[in-house]
Design a protein around this ligand. Structure first.
Ligand SMILES: [Zn+2]
Length: 228
C-alpha cells in the first residue's frame, strides 16, 4: 500500500473546492491531490455536508475561526447528519482510478488525454521539460513539468501563487521533501530551488496564476510570453 501524502491542500482551498467556487485550474489540482489523499477527501466531504444542509446551523464564530477542526467539532454536535455524505464526484472517481495502476489519476488523466507515457514533452532548459494543459480561464497556467533525476530547477520566487502536486519521483527544497501525492503552495514569500532526488524523473502538475498582468493594447500582446 502506498504511503499517504504528507503535505496537504489548505483548508481554505478544500472548503472553496467543496463550495464549487474554485477556478477549473485550482479544482483540477485539488481533485488530483484528493485522488491520492483520503484525508483531504474526507475533509471535502465534510465541507460539502456543511454546505449542503448545515450551514445555517453553524454559529458564525465557528466559521470565522476558519479551521477545519471547528467545523468538524460543530458537525459532531449537530443531529440529523445526512446518512450519505455526498462526495465530490471527481474526487470519488479519482480515488477509484488511482487504485488501478495508472500513474496519472483522474481527473488529471482526462486533461492529459492518457497516462504519463502519452505526454508530449517540450524541452525548456537542460534537465527540464514541460507540457501545457488546456484549462479554461485565462488567469492560470497549468502544466506538467518533468525534471531529470538529480537535476535542480532554476532558483525562483513568485509574483503570484504557485501550486505544485508531485506525481512521480521526489524533490527537496528549503522547506522539506515532497513525494508522490504531496501538495505544495508557494507565493512571493517563497524563494526556492526544488531539486529532484536521484533515481527517477520528478513529474509535477503545476498551477500558477499570471505573475504579472499587463494591460493595454500592447501589453496584452506580451502576456503570453510571461510564463513563470
Ligand atoms: Zn491531503
Amino acid at each position: 500500500m502506498r504511503s499517504l501524502p504528507a503535505n496537504h491542500v489548505t483548508d481554505e482551498l478544500l472548503a472553496a473546492y467543496a463550495a464549487g467556487t474554485l477556478s477549473e485550474a485550482e479544482s483540477l489540482i485539488v481533485a488530483t491531490h484528493s485522488a491520492f489523499c483520503p484525508i483531504c477527501r474526507d475533509a471535502i466531504a465534510a465541507f460539502e455536508a456543511v454546505g449542503a444542509s448545515l450551514l445555517d446551523e453553524i454559529e458564525p464564530e465557528a466559521l470565522s475561526a476558519g479551521s477545519l477542526e471547528s467545523v468538524m467539532a460543530k458537525l459532531d454536535d449537530l443531529e440529523d447528519l445526512p446518512d450519505n455524505v455526498v462526495r465530490h464526484p471527481s474526487a470519488k472517481t479519482a480515488a477509484a482510478g488511482s487504485d488501478q495502476g495508472f500513474v496519472l489519476p483522474e481527473p488529471l488523466r482526462s486533461y492529459v488525454g492518457g497516462d504519463l507515457n502519452d505526454v508530449v514533452w517540450r524541452p525548456v532548459i537542460r534537465g527540464l521539460e514541460e507540457a501545457e494543459l488546456s484549462v479554461s480561464g485565462p488567469e492560470f497556467n497549468v502544466r506538467l513539468i518533468r525534471v531529470a533525476a538529480g537535476a535542480a530547477m532554476p532558483q525562483h520566487s513568485h509574483h503570484g501563487s504557485e501550486y505544485t502536486l508531485l506525481l512521480t519521483g521526489a524533490y527537496r527544497d528549503s522547506s522539506g521533501r515532497y513525494a508522490r501525492g504531496d501538495f505544495q503552495m508557494a507565493d512571493g514569500d517563497v524563494d526556492h530551488q526544488p531539486t529532484a532526488e536521484p533515481g527517477e524523473p520528478c513529474v509535477c502538475l503545476i498551477v500558477t496564476d499570471a505573475p504579472i498582468k499587463l494591460t493595454g493594447p500592447v501589453g496584452r500582446l506580451l502576456n503570453p510570453f510571461i510564463r513563470y
